[in-house]
Design a protein around this ligand. Structure first.
Ligand SMILES: CC(C)(COP(=O)(O)OP(=O)(O)OC[C@H]1O[C@@H](n2cnc3c(N)ncnc32)[C@H](O)[C@@H]1OP(=O)(O)O)[C@@H](O)C(=O)NCCC(=O)NCCS
Length: 202
């Protein structure tokens, strides 16, 4: 677990982010409450209307079962208040095997402004780097201004805009696509093969 501001000052909230592989009943309940509040407030996560507690519980339990997904939980004073997912490319996508995707990042409205989303994003980046990925992709609705500012401040590059990205309450919204290089890409070789690769035996 990665802990910041470890409670020496009573007034400083304790922030931490961890990658989890299982959820206790209490943590699941708090995470669903956080997601519910974020959806009602209108932020991200795909859902426009809260799907209900049971659907959210099934959703998070399901995420933990998907081999390509890693769930990171943000805690405020020990309680889950947000999450993000690191999604690995499918195995058949050899050409893009270097790039992972950061998806469904949110912090509950009642826990915002403490730096948790920044910490969550940095932990996901560290996780992606540790797995060997050298690029991280993400996309956001044009209306997610806090997220856009956060990702730009962390060095994400806005490389394109999808003009018909989402429909929210009868409005068509654009989507902004970002990437960040987590480490240098391997150099190209004159033959077109990545440095260090060998010819297969005929
Ligand atoms: C975006 C979001 C995750 C930020 O959560 P947060 O924990 O409040 O963010 P932090 O406290 O870590 O702030 C980090 C940076 O985000 C940006 N930011 C946060 N809140 C902001 C706001 N209200 N307005 C503008 N920028 C904001 C700033 O750049 C901030 O850095 P600074 O404090 O140095 O200025 C949260 O607002 C959210 O869940 N929004 C809805 C869902 C969403 O947009 N998800 C992302 C795309 S999937």
């Amino acid at each position: 677990m990665n802990t910041v501001a470890p409670g020496q000052n009573e007034t400083q909230p304790e922030l931490n982010v961890e990658r989890i592989t299982e959820l206790s009943e209490d943590d699941l309940a708090a995470l669903c409450e956080a997601a519910d509040a974020a959806i009602i407030e209108g932020g991200g996560f795909g859902w426009v209307n809260p799907p209900g507690r049971q659907a959210l519980e099934r959703y998070f339990r399901g995420v933990l079962l998907v081999p390509e997904r890693e769930l990171f939980i943000a805690r405020l004073n020990g309680t889950p208040v947000g999450s993000a997912q690191l999604v690995r490319p499918p195995r058949n996508n050899e050409a893009q095997a270097f790039a992972a995707t950061l998806m469904h990042s949110f912090i509950a409205p009642y826990a915002r402004g403490h730096g948790l989303a920044r910490l969550l994003t940095q932990r996901v980046e560290e996780g992606a780097r540790a797995l060997g990925y050298f690029a991280l992709n993400l996309d956001v609705r044009e209306t997610q201004e806090a997220a856009i500012r956060l990702y730009k401040s962390l060095g994400y590059v806005h490389w394109g805009t999808h003009p018909v990205y989402a429909r929210v309450r009868s409005q068509t919204l654009s989507g902004y696509f970002f990437y960040k290089l987590l480490k240098s890409a391997p150099e190209n070789t004159p033959s077109g093969k990545a440095a260090g690769t060998k010819d297969k035996a005929p």
